[in-house]
Design a protein around this ligand. Structure first.
Ligand code: FAD
Ligand code: FMN
Length: 451
């Protein structure tokens, strides 16, 4: 764990203890508001809808909530938690927070600034009434850890809950309906029912190829999917994900980074055939790589992952770091850079053996030859005498990292959270210092799609 995340985790634990204490003291003394205020005197919007999201779901639900309220005539202001500060909270009377949990009970990356700058201390928020929609996944030890910590902090600041925190496991419709009903009730809006989740649609699997048939690691497969006949191609951006349903586990859709652009006409995925600790294959990956037949249908929807879009970094130099199937997200970003003619790209990618695991080799070599990839550091951990990873390469290239970052580069990291992203975070912090890392985060120049 990085020092940054260590501090965040410590704050989360302390706040969770505070929450338990507050709950034991009893919440009955708090008045339950049934009506929100009208616009404040200075003309500020009546209701703040704030989100903290890693892969876009909390942001999506916050938008849905805000749009539904707007449609019902309630003035709202939608904001990322990272854009809020103490002053703004002091000026806000009613707020809805939609927040996910990441890592091991940690805040999403984008909330670290708020945790660091605002949640580190109690403040007087007795005037604030709030509701929390906490997103999480019960397969993690610290379910909804950040939502609970935020609730604890708001409690400690004497803010008043409009209703009990709503916790959502995955995309549990039941819990989401409860949130809709509670928001409608407290805002005295008759109906928020026109808020719809984007439906899953049938796509056809049209191509599939194992990219490392003789590799030492688990097989990695390239998949291509097309919309069913009569269905148009939806639009998406580099960085976006798909969610897909596995027939044997319809309750828990799986997410995969899209590795193509709409201009390719198809959704490309890079899927690792997962093996669980008990030796049985992962359900979704097993079905995708050998269960579903070519031409068969896969229920899928695109999920925006704005945190990993190029966005304001579109014309900055880009350092793209990843391992394994993380190449999927990096490939989409590189394709976008190539199509917009942005040449200052540095890829640092790790796998096991060059002979087997150099996925999309031709494409990458073409980009190098065309000058679209200024540097490509391919770190094959098992090819040398010593095991080497992308974080080791970063340390060796410390001078170049400095040079690129001081030239305004942004860093995109895609792949495994524990095995790679934590090591990359530590190496970058070592190279440029905690202050620069903070600046990169604050300026949206450090983006991660890691799992
Ligand atoms: C934002 C994001 C992007 C991703 N992008 C990609 C990508 O581009 N490519 C890619 O290959 N993967 C990607 N993943 C991972 C992917 O979503 C799946 O988690 C992965 O394919 C494994 O799913 P599975 O159904 O095959 O395995 P599962 O059956 O879900 O098992 C995986 C692990 O979950 C645990 N587990 C869950 N249920 C059980 C159970 N009933 N019994 C025992 N153990 C269980 C085990 O620890 C097991 O090792 C991404 C994930 C996220 C969150
Ligand atoms: C790498 C990773 C770590 C996660 N850690 C936790 C966790 O510790 N506790 C939890 O309840 N949920 C955890 N989750 C689940 C997310 O909170 C959940 O999927 C949520 O819906 C994601 O919302 P977002 O897309 O807005 O970030 C984790 C998800 C990922 C991908």
């Amino acid at each position: 764990m990085t020092p940054e995340r260590g501090v965040a985790a410590a704050i989360v634990v302390v706040l969770y203890v505070l929450l338990c204490a507050a709950t034991l003291r009893g919440r009955s003394k708090r008045a339950r508001a049934s009506v929100i205020e009208s616009a404040t005197e200075n003309g500020a919007p009546a209701m703040l809808v704030a989100y903290a999201s890693q892969t876009g779901y909390a942001e999506h639900l916050a938008r849905q909530t805000a749009h539904a309220l707007e449609r019902a005539g309630v003035t709202t202001r939608l904001a990322a938690l990272s854009d809020l500060d103490a002053r703004e909270l002091r000026d806000t009377h009613t707020a809805l927070f939609v927040v996910s949990t990441y890592g091991e009970g940690d805040p999403p990356d984008s909330a670290l600034r708020f945790v660091r700058r605002t949640m580190h201390d109690a403040m007087d928020l007795a005037h604030l009434r709030y509701g929390i929609l906490a997103l999480g996944d019960r397969t993690y030890a610290n379910f909804c850890g950040f939502g609970r910590a935020l609730d604890a902090w708001l409690n400690a600041c004497s803010a008043q809950p409009l209703f009990e925190r709503v916790e959502v496991d995955g995309d549990d419709e039941h819990a989401l309906n409860r949130w809709r009903a509670l928001v409608a009730q407290t805002t005295q809006v008759a109906d928020l029912s026109d808020w719809q989740q984007q439906p899953f649609k049938p796509w056809r699997l049209v191509a599939r190829q194992c990219l490392n048939p003789d590799g030492a690691g688990r097989p990695c497969w390239h998949l291509e999917l097309e919309p069913s006949p009569g269905e148009g191609l939806p639009t998406w951006q580099a960085g976006d994900l798909v969610q897909l349903i596995v027939p044997v586990d319809r309750q828990r859709p799986r997410e995969y980074s899209i590795s193509s652009l709409p201009a390719d006409g198809r959704i490309h995925l890079l899927v690792r055939h997962e093996l669980r600790a008990d030796g049985t294959p992962g359900l979704a990956s097993d079905w995708l790589v050998q269960g579903v037949a070519l031409g068969d249908s896969v229920e899928l929807r695109v999920r925006t992952n704005s945190n990993f879009h190029l966005g304001t970094n579109a014309t900055r130099p880009l350092i793209l770091i990843g391992n394994g199937t993380g190449l999927a997200g990096l490939r989409a970003l590189l394709k976008a850079r190539v199509s917009s003619g942005e040449r200052r790209n540095w890829l640092i990618y790790g796998e096991r053996n060059a002979a087997h695991d150099f996925y999309y080799r031709e494409e990458i070599e073409t980009w190098i030859a065309q000058g679209m990839l200024e540097h490509a550091d391919l770190v094959f951990s098992r090819d040398g005498v010593q095991t080497r990873y992308v974080q080791d390469r970063l340390r060796e290239a410390a001078a170049k990292v400095h040079e690129w970052l001081h030239a305004g580069a942004a860093v995109y990291v895609c792949g495994s959270l524990k095995g790679m992203a934590a090591g990359v975070d530590a190496a970058l912090t070592e190279i440029v210092g905690a202050e620069m890392m903070e600046r990169l985060r604050d300026e949206g120049r450090y983006r991660r799609d890691v799992y």
